[in-house]
Design a protein around this ligand. Structure first.
Ligand code: SF4
Length: 605
């Protein structure tokens, strides 16, 4: 089958057994790979109601038909599981070289269930799975672990590992892959903690199989046509990385600050892309065969932290650990980002949880004695200490490790009003108040507070009506189909959006036709996206999720943005209710947000 390894690998850590199954072409065409395949596997194999940390939960690593082809941004893999943070379906992607190497094993997806008796790592090769001891790695950072595993398994092997946070089941634990100077972090949703609960420190892959493409000249013609728009569209990313977004989004009045008490941050300039590049840029880093090189290695040249080298904090990290905490010290952000990566934690959840703490302290809902270390708005030293304590579940870090929502419920009943989260997932740096497409987008997202369900990118265009609600349910729906298809191909969002379009369209159909040889149309791909969203929704409905869960943070619904260019904007409950009615109608779901049998049948589910 062109574009596919054609095999799925199922590993049971409890019994230490594994088996390969063929991937049916009909399944591949209906779901593509990555996100779609993982949604199908999790729906079929994870029992309803199981706790995310029980052995019966599964973690799926999956690639797609374009992985390890010549498509720019093709070395991207998807990890999915039932999230310990949301209790719902969750998926997260990462880049580097590992995704291409996983494809070379000839397995399109690896599904891991059970729990190993002792710390272990999983080696996947063309022959299948081997479970190996990892006692010596337990307690070590993500980076040290990956380096040790590559040294043990050979330079052609790639590894992704959890850190101490995953071992201790921090509910927003991540996993990280390192290749040359490039990090690929699967950050959100706490899947690193699920691996920790399985006693699985890392997954290592090694393989040499080639991915065949049905029509190489057609693929080349498409890529030749998209080279120029891709280069133009990614210029800022190539130059500055994602921190280039700080300035424009702050200028829009949409950069959350002080736990959303404001959406303008006075000192945004010093933590934005231009200033960061001027002071800290050392070199660019890139995923395998990607011309964009959006990653940057930073080095601190002078002052208290002179000599420290670390990955550039992404825009989302800057938001969560910077303005949300009233912190404008760029070096503190570089160090905090590094601490999160090494410990294996999602920076967004970490920062937004700390923002809740800062406001709870301000209101006297928490005391200094509760927190154990000095902390408050702008206190970057306290922030760094609390990040360390969270990874170790030390002192108050044990409560932080539960995420903002669970922490708030332990403080006082109405404290959740201060939590910036949807479905218990802390929100990223794209405003739920200033972008109405994200108001409905976040509320209906499978994952909750994720900007990779409904995309912010189209909404920043000057021609986009970000203030009105008209057509926003339809926008959110199409955008969700787009991300589901993109994460099933599996393609980097940056190269995808800037080279091939912001919605499912003819360039993607040409891509899939050229790689697989199937006569797919853009309309068929749109339905693939819809099928995947419905599959995810079915998983969540089975867990008890209904309309009442499709909601927004209290502050987003009840407190208008106080000042700045977006002053007055919010999404009151009535407005959300109206958008939900339209959205469910468009989706063919009932009034409680449950997919109807008729719609499911039409999608072949
Ligand atoms: S654009 Fe950036 S994240 Fe995407 S593949 Fe290229 S280097 Fe990796």
């Amino acid at each position: 089958m062109n574009g596919y390894g054609g095999r799925l690998l199922f590993v049971d850590l409890t019994t230490g057994t594994s088996r390969a199954e063929p991937l049916a072409e009909s399944t591949a065409r209906a779901l593509l790979g990555g996100n779609g395949l993982a949604a199908r596997i999790l729906y079929d194999r994870v029992p309803a109601g199981v706790d995310a940390f029980e052995p019966a939960n599964a973690v799926v690593f999956a690639v797609g038909p374009i992985t390890d082809t010549t498509v720019p941004g093709n070395s991207r893999a998807l990890v999915a599981s039932k999230s310990p943070l949301t209790g719902l379906f969750f998926d997260s992607t990462f880049g580097g070289r590992l995704p291409a190497t996983l494809k070379r094993t000839g397995f399109d997806a690896v599904c891991i269930t059970g729990r190993a008796a002792a710390p272990s790592y999983l080696l996947v090769t063309e022959e299948g799975a081997t479970i190996k001891p990892a006692d010596a790695l337990w307690g070590r950072s993500t980076r040290d672990s990956v380096a040790a595993l590559v040294a043990a398994e050979g330079a052609d092997a790639d590894a992704i590992a959890i850190g101490p946070a995953g071992e201790r089941r921090v509910r927003f634990a991540a996993m990280a892959h390192y290749w040359r100077n490039r990090e690929g972090v699967s950050g959100r949703g706490g899947i690193g903690a699920v691996l920790g609960s399985k006693n699985l420190k890392a997954v290592v892959v090694r393989g040499a199989r080639k991915t065949t493409v049905a029509d190489a000249p057609a693929l080349k013609a498409l890529l030749d046509e998209t080279r120029e728009p891709l280069a133009t569209g990614t210029k800022a990313l190539s130059t500055y990385g994602t921190p280039f977004l700080v300035g424009p989004i702050n200028a829009l009045g949409a950069l959350g600050a002080f736990n959303l008490k404001s959406e303008v941050f006075a000192n945004a300039r010093v933590i934005g892309g231009e200033e960061m590049k001027a002071h800290y840029h050392e070199r660019d880093t890139t995923c395998l065969k990607c011309p964009v090189a959006c990653g940057k290695q930073y080095a601190i040249g002078a002052g208290e932290f002179a000599g420290r080298r670390a990955k550039m904090p992404e825009y989302e990290t800057i938001f969560a650990l910077g303005p949300m905490l009233g912190i404008d010290n760029p070096e503190a952000l570089i160090l905090a980002n590094d601490l999160c990566d090494l410990g294996g934690m999602d920076t967004i959840s970490m920062g937004v949880t700390l923002a809740f703490v800062a406001e709870a302290l301000e209101r006297g809902w928490l005391t200094k004695a509760d927190v154990g270390v000095p902390f408050g708005w702008g206190d970057w030293r306290g922030m760094l200490r609390l990040v360390e304590m969270t990874a170790a579940r030390e002192g108050f870090g044990d409560r932080l490790a539960e995420g903002a929502w669970r922490l708030a419920t332990s403080v006082r009943p109405d404290a959740t009003n201060l939590v910036y989260a949807v479905k218990r997932l802390e929100l990223p740096a794209h405003s739920a108040r200033a972008l109405k497409g994200l108001s409905i987008g976040y509320a209906t997202a499978t994952r909750g507070g994720s900007h990779h369900d409904t995309r912010p990118t189209p909404q920043y265009a000057p021609t986009f009506d970000r203030r009105g609600t008209k057509d926003k349910p339809a926008f959110a729906m199409r955008s969700q189909h787009f991300t589901a298809v993109g994460d099933s191909l599996v393609m980097c969002r940056f190269t995808s959006e800037r080279g091939f379009g912001l919605f499912v369209g003819e360039p993607y159909a040409r891509m899939v036709r050229a790689v697989t040889g199937w006569d797919v149309t853009a309309e068929e791909l749109e339905r693939v996206g819809e099928r995947i969203i419905n599959l995810e929704r079915l998983f969540n409905v089975r867990e008890g999720m209904r309309r009442a869960d499709d909601t927004l943070p209290w502050r987003v619904m009840h407190e208008p943005i106080p000042d700045g260019p977006s002053a007055g904007m919010h999404c009151p409950p009535d407005e959300l209710r109206e958008m939900l009615d339209v959205y469910y109608g468009l989706r063919g779901w009932d009034a409680d947000g449950v997919p109807t049998p008729a719609r499911l049948a039409a999608l072949g589910l």
